[in-house]
Ligand binder design. Structure first.
Ligand SMILES: [Zn+2]
Length: 125
């Protein structure tokens, strides 16, 4: 066994920060190209991004990491992760039967098809 063989880094918890040498490995694995826009990072600020966001069930481990521009994170990646999260929530809620009912109108609204007159009687619209 060669001692240059490295093991994949796995964060102990989701909050464990990526150590500098892993950051460097991730950067080299992607040849310094941003995962979001495909442009070389060069001297610009970049972050080690979780390709599947932690909020969406991604793991805090090396194989889920990729380099992206800080700018791309702010403008592209994070907003999309948040959007994906709300979709996931909606799907999960649906599975649990917590969906908004369609077809039963809220009482007292125009959609109910009934109209309450000033004298208290109710009539159909
Ligand atoms: Zn980028």
């Amino acid at each position: 066994m060669s001692r240059t063989v490295h093991q994949e880094w796995i964060g102990k918890t989701d909050d464990t920060p990526v150590p500098p040498h892993v950051r460097l490995r991730v950067f080299e694995r992607f040849k310094g190209v941003c995962c979001e826009c495909g442009i070389k990072i060069r001297g610009r600020r970049w972050i080690c991004d979780h390709r599947i966001a932690l909020i969406n069930g991604g793991e805090n481990r090396e194989r889920n990491l990729g380099p992206i521009h800080e700018v791309c994170d702010r403008t592209v990646k994070t907003p999309r992760d948040v959007a994906e999260k709300s979709i996931n929530n909606r799907v999960r809620m649906k599975h649990l039967g917590i969906t908004k009912r369609n077809g039963r109108p809220m009482p007292g609204t125009r959609a109910s098809g009934l109209k309450k007159r000033m004298d208290g009687t109710v009539e159909r619209r």
